[in-house]
Design a protein around this ligand. Structure first.
Ligand code: HEC
Length: 115
């Protein structure tokens, strides 16, 4: 009888641990970071779909990020543009980590695939 009660409590503890691990440990945050960063840092100029159809994008004559002209550039070239800026494009070095720049770049590649 006593043993059984202990087991139940242990089982409950295990369940709590599993829930905590599930909530904190395995959230796919990394997978969401690219689109989220893009939406908060880039979309006001480049548009949610990268086409640059925003008042700012039209004024600044931004090329469609998903277009072949932009997509044909290498990861290194695009990373440099994002980090150092280009023309009216503000530099994001210091505002985003290298890892985050990699994540938005991956998102730009996704925009290219959707064509
Ligand atoms: C203030 C508006 C603005 C914001 C915010 C902005 N950009 Fe830009 N971006 C521009 C402009 C303007 C250009 C075109 C620069 C040029 O060609 O002279 C550009 C160009 C680019 C290019 C090169 C496209 C090409 O024509 O080859 C990439 C890649 C890019 N931006 C990525 C990003 C990413 C990623 C972010 C967010 C981290 C971002 N931009 C945020 C304005 C912006």
């Amino acid at each position: 009888m006593k043993g059984k009660k202990k087991n139940t409590r242990l089982g409950l503890l295990t369940a709590v641990v599993i829930v905590v691990v599930a909530v904190t440990g395995s959230t796919p945050l990394a997978a969401q970071d690219g689109p989220t960063l893009y939406k908060t840092k880039c979309a006001m100029c480049h548009g949610a779909d990268g086409k640059g159809e925003t008042p700012m994008g039209k004024k600044l004559n931004i090329r469609d990020l998903g277009s072949p002209e932009v997509q044909k550039q290498t990861d290194a070239e695009l990373t440099t543009i994002i980090s150092k800026g280009k023309g009216k494009m503000p530099p994001f070095e210091g505002k985003l980590t290298a890892e985050q720049i990699g994540q938005v770049l991956a998102h730009i590649r996704e925009l290219g695939k959707k064509k």
